[in-house]
Design a protein around this ligand. Sequence first.
Ligand code: HEC
Length: 370
Amino acid sequence: MTTKFPIASTLFALFLFSPALALFGNTSTKAAEIYSAACASCHGSDGRGAPISQVGFDLPLPDFTDCNFAVREPDSDWNAVAHAGGPARAFSRLMPAFGDALGPEELQLATAHVRTFCTDNAWPPGEFNLPRMLVIEKAFPEDEAVFESAVAAQGDGAVSNAIVYEKRFGARNQFELSVPFGRQERATADGGGWQGGIGDIAAGVKRTLFFSRVTGSIFSVAGEVLFPTGDREKGFGRGTTIFEPFLSFGQILPSEFFLQSQAGAAIPVDTQRADNRGFFRFGTGRTFTQGQFGRSWSPMIELLGARDLVAGRTFQWDLVPQIQVTLSRRQHIMMNVGVRTPLTDARSRDTQVLFYFLWDWFDGGLFTGW
Ligand code: HEC
């Protein structure tokens, strides 16, 4: 069992080293010392992973100098792994649990030292990756695939779905493609029935303009184009190209609370077919963790306001209470379900049940990490 060797030597080093810990005053020196005693035998003193000849196993070690990988992981995930071992986030047992050998503050220092291996400050940290709301577009750039669904809870039957694909590029940018499709019940001359079709396909880019660890804020600008790919006659598209610029803002609050908001406009090329529209969306929520490092539950509420930019129209408001839950142990697969209730014009707009299934594909395959 060669694999026992690095673990045993690490624990022995810790044993020798722990009385010395108290002597270090400077936290960054202390963090470096803890890292080199507890973590470097496997992760390497440079954070790139020690060679197979030294660790005695051939499982690839993460490269902590790779900002694209390292910065997106929030401290909470790394602390869970350092404390309870790889299996806490469905990684290998070869990543040992240090919860018994090191106290929470020492582990925090060890992960803080791991953070120093990425030296490029352009990357927004994973803490800003707040839970995705059902409607508001978050400010954090993401690698994810989402299946979204909206089902009419009253009136004629209607189901609209979309597959959304998001891909990061560079430190702060994201590309997005959204393909909507749906089915709806319609009255026709021969009695009516369900009709299906594809909607208006959208493509967009987002860029984070600003983030601050000090204030806990992140701010991004984005632009989307909706192409008239849907069949307007059947009610699946607007029949004109629409430009949608918007701003997104996220704010981390104390005690796992957060705010997210989005404001923008929809500007159609052909105003005979769709009106210019402005929108404002505001949401808040809190994340609850089951057990010490378990599943995350995030109840949230969104307030959605939109107004056609035409004289005489008024604001339409909707409320969307919802709950997001992580499904996989890696926390890279999650779902959210909520209800969109009109607060104004309730007669002309239906209540809808909204749902999504989300896969952060960068963190692992659909069938790994459970
Ligand atoms: C005995 C070898 C060993 C030691 C010692 C060790 N690790 Fe690890 N660690 C691993 C392995 C192997 C993996 C990869 C697991 C996988 O990919 O399934 C890993 C993964 C990790 C990850 C997960 C990265 C990700 O993909 O999200 C973190 C964080 C981490 N280690 C932190 C630490 C810290 C902090 C210490 C010291 C307190 C430490 N490790 C000590 C072997 C070790």
